[in-house]
Design a binder for this molecule. Structure first.
Ligand code: ZN
Length: 483
């Protein structure tokens, strides 16, 4: 829980005080409490604290733990660095057993307060559902945070959005056999239950068969689980105003199909529904923030598994759009699912613009690592605005080009189009986007390839712990609120 107060009270069990190197050197502190000023001056005089980046100096006074935390030189303190350093302080062993903490910022602005909120909510998140041994539990017990800021209202909104991020992370981190397509449907049903002005459409296998959604059905046909397409329509601006659509890829597990993934590439494939999970987290935010905007949130959920019914390389399938697709590789299944969802939403809901999010290509991880998502599309204004949101939210993204030559790369000799590229090993992310492009047509559209950013392996990547990052929730929420 995060709350906000205008002045530091130093009444909690602990306080974190953030300071730049200059503030320490020049003794220009952001707080005036005499006891704290004396403590800090003593620490500086005794050469125990100089405000270097990530330097932590703990003091115990009146049974309270005070952590002075250095941010380094003011010129080097950007918002990401602030999140990283504050997270490190919050996870420090000095605070592990304490339940209430006050956070005093080095400077008070909307952006800094928001970044501090994210360090708290996103930075201290840990996936621990299946950890039974207490000593392995690295999570913090702290439950109450009070951030000192004059921008409580804006910062409160950041807290709501960050909770949506963690909601998405829970969906991604849990077992693939728990978070099935049906479970995702139930999650959405629970979110929209009793909410006015929201329409829900769910397509199961029967509806997909009768409507001819041949691609999503084929991807799922080797699985004993049921596929789903879920579409939520939120009409905050009245039904006549244009709708923005956010569409997510929801492969609840991707074995690769008969083109089986090798060991080392399959272990985290429960994350292949991160696009759908980000759409659901965005929905949660929108239902809380209630913006006067029109929105369609949709995802296709399926499992790419193998049994005797699994779809096969060389098969030609018929999509919902009517286009036939040759299967060059059963592991390029995300674009198949998305193609049917994109066509279905465009034909039946006619959105003014579409953003899709998908863990689509390993090539995007090669190109941009785990730090930036790839952004491609058919509309320069949309791409520009999405990149503005990426920068503002720290859900980082970088543009990749789309060019007409790549239409040739996905041509098939036996069908209208192929799900793999004829130019082997080249521009995999662009070819994946070009495949989707063929189903989007003229609708303004941006594709965000989140294969690298959705999930990080390691203890601390920037300010995330191990596992799902919830990438896309902040991005989509910001984009919707500002466009
Ligand atoms: Zn795949």
């Amino acid at each position: 829980m995060v709350s906000f107060c205008i002045k530091p009270s130093f009444l909690k069990q602990a306080a974190i005080i953030l300071l730049t190197k200059e503030q320490v050197q020049e003794k220009k502190f952001s707080f005036s409490d005499k006891q704290m000023v004396d403590l800090l001056e003593s620490a500086v005089t005794a050469m125990q604290f100089e405000g270097a980046r990530s330097e932590i100096f703990p003091v115990v006074v009146d049974k309270k733990v005070i952590l002075f935390i250095g941010l380094g030189k003011a010129a080097d303190v950007n918002l990401t660095a602030l999140r990283v350093v504050l997270r490190r302080g919050l996870l420090s062993p000095n605070l592990r057993k304490l339940r209430s903490i006050e956070i005093v910022l080095h400077e008070d602005s909307v952006q800094i307060a928001q970044a501090a909120v994210e360090a708290v909510v996103i930075g201290t998140y840990a996936w621990k559902k299946y950890i039974t041994r207490k000593k392995d539990d690295q999570s913090v017990d702290i439950k109450e945070y009070a951030i000192v800021t004059h921008h409580g209202q804006k910062a409160h909104q950041a807290a709501i959005v960050a909770e949506g991020v963690n909601f998405t992370r829970d969906l991604i981190n849990d077992n693939a056999d728990t978070v099935t397509a049906e479970a995702l449907e139930k999650t959405v049903r629970d979110l929209v239950k009793n909410v006015k002005g929201v329409d829900l459409e769910v397509l199961g296998r029967k509806e997909m068969e009768s409507k001819g959604l041949g691609l999503i059905l084929a991807v799922n046909q080797g699985s004993n689980k049921k596929p789903r397409m879920v579409i939520v329509k939120y009409s905050g601006a009245g039904k006549d105003a244009p709708y923005t659509a956010f569409i997510g890829k929801g492969l609840t597990f991707d074995s690769g199909g008969l083109n089986l993934k090798p060991g080392g590439s399959m272990e985290t494939m429960r994350e292949d529904m991160s696009g759908a999970a980000a759409v659901i987290g965005t929905l949660k935010n929108i239902l809380t923030l209630k913006p006067k905007k029109n929105l369609i949130l949709a995802f296709g959920a399926a499992e790419n598994a193998i049994d005797a019914n699994a779809y096969k390389p060389g098969d030609v399938l018929k999509s919902y759009s009517g286009k036939t697709v040759e299967i060059g590789n059963t592991d390029a299944e995300g674009r198949l699912v998305l193609a049917d969802v994109l066509s279905y939403v465009i034909r039946n809901y006619k959105p003014a613009r579409i953003v899709d999010m998908a863990t689509l290509t390993g090539a995007c991880v090669v190109a941009l690592g785990h730090d930036y998502a790839g952004v491609l599309g058919n509309n320069d204004d949309m791409i520009k605005n999405l990149l503005v949101s990426a920068k503002a939210t720290d859900d980082r993204a970088w543009p990749l080009p789309m060019y007409p030559e790549y239409k040739e790369a996905i041509k098939s000799k036996i069908a209208d189009i192929k799900n793999t590229s004829n130019v082997r090993g080249a521009a995999g992310t662009i070819c994946g986007a070009e495949f989707l492009h063929q189903f989007v047509g003229e609708t303004p559209w941006v594709h965000v390839d989140i294969a690298g950013t959705a999930f990080v392996d390691g203890d601390s990547h920037w300010y995330y712990g191990h596992g799902a990052t919830g990438y896309g929730v902040r991005l989509c929420t910001h984009y919707l609120l500002n466009n």
